[in-house]
Design a protein around this ligand. Sequence first.
Ligand code: SAH
Length: 398
Amino acid sequence: MDPITIVIKAGREKPIRQRHPWVFSGAIERTEGRAENGAIATIAGSDGKFLARGYYNRHSQITGRILTWDETEAIDDAFWRRRLERAIALRKNIAGDACRLVYSESDGLPGLVVDRYGPWLVMQALTLGIDRNKKRIAEWLIELSGARGVFERSDVEVRRKEGLEPATGVLAGEAPPDRIEIRESALDGRPLSFEVDVRAGHKTGFYLDQRANRCAVARWCAGLDVLNVFSYTGAFGVHAQAAGAGRVTNIDSSADALAQARRHWKLNGFDANSAEFIEADAFHTLRRFREEGRRFDLIILDPPRLAATAGQVDRAARAYKDLNMVALQILNPGGLLATFSCSGHISADLFQKIVFGAAIDAGRGACIIERFTQGPDHPVALTFPEAEYLKGLLCRTD
Ligand code: SAH
């Protein structure tokens, strides 16, 4: 018997039966038992019959997060270990020494994100149900993956919705070094090196979701003058350089990210003075380039998430359109635009429409020659399409 039973309103059971893992507060008829936040709950239909089992937090609009639809499956130590083991096993064919090891709902572990950087793991506990178990999870992760240590980077806004403060620090095992060196294969298979700052870097330290796309874009870069906008630590640019790009210009608003980008140039045997590193606002700098008549052959646009909520979609759509319009205007004839959006609330379809609008306003004809999404270590359960957030287009202009 679970300590809590959540009874779902009549007519609101269907998504749960179809294995959507979220129970919204508005779908709950009543809660029975000792309703302690973070505890395990049975989710029952309006007829009282078992639907699923998950953890409970009335502080959040997503009051229940489902862990299993199998009535006989208890949420005990063996459960957590089984799920972690499965997530790790599913990544065994993913090449390289860095990847996302656990991706929340897609791995049947809502609220838990784990990224692997060489022998170190970085964990985000996004919900109370995970936060309560994070120490044990970290220890099991070490045992199951052979990692040397687990560092927590739960310094994310979404935790507030769960009534949690940000949290960072070593959770289990040894403390990682300030910079962890990882490898990513270049286009020709040669290893490229990157340093990940798991303490102060963005997210868990690196944009693992773009790994395959960096190679895919690099394939087009030989001999081209490349502009890498929103470069972060320059990963797209290093791949472009390794693929024989002419000059690479990186723009980012973060001085720390650009300092690391310079180190990445040197670390991979390239002359940092042959590239450009511009610390500035990207929207402003692209306009300045347009006014100055500065042109490029290939532009990468990988902005931060511009729509964090459904309510921000319209404003974000205008910003994406503006950015893409100016980028198209500063491309040489026949130039290529690799453009991305990591806003989950902007669908691939809407994004394509936005880029279409940008091309119309820019007065440039363009064809889609490739489409991009997040890597295979960021899977999307068919029952949980919300897990898909990254989309991108490679467009060739006339
Ligand atoms: N392409 C990168 C990831 C980009 S993440 C990679 O593959 O690693 C988005 C980046 O945009 C962050 O580094 C952030 O510092 C930067 N950024 C956010 N707002 C910006 C702005 N207005 N102008 C320039 N850079 C910005």
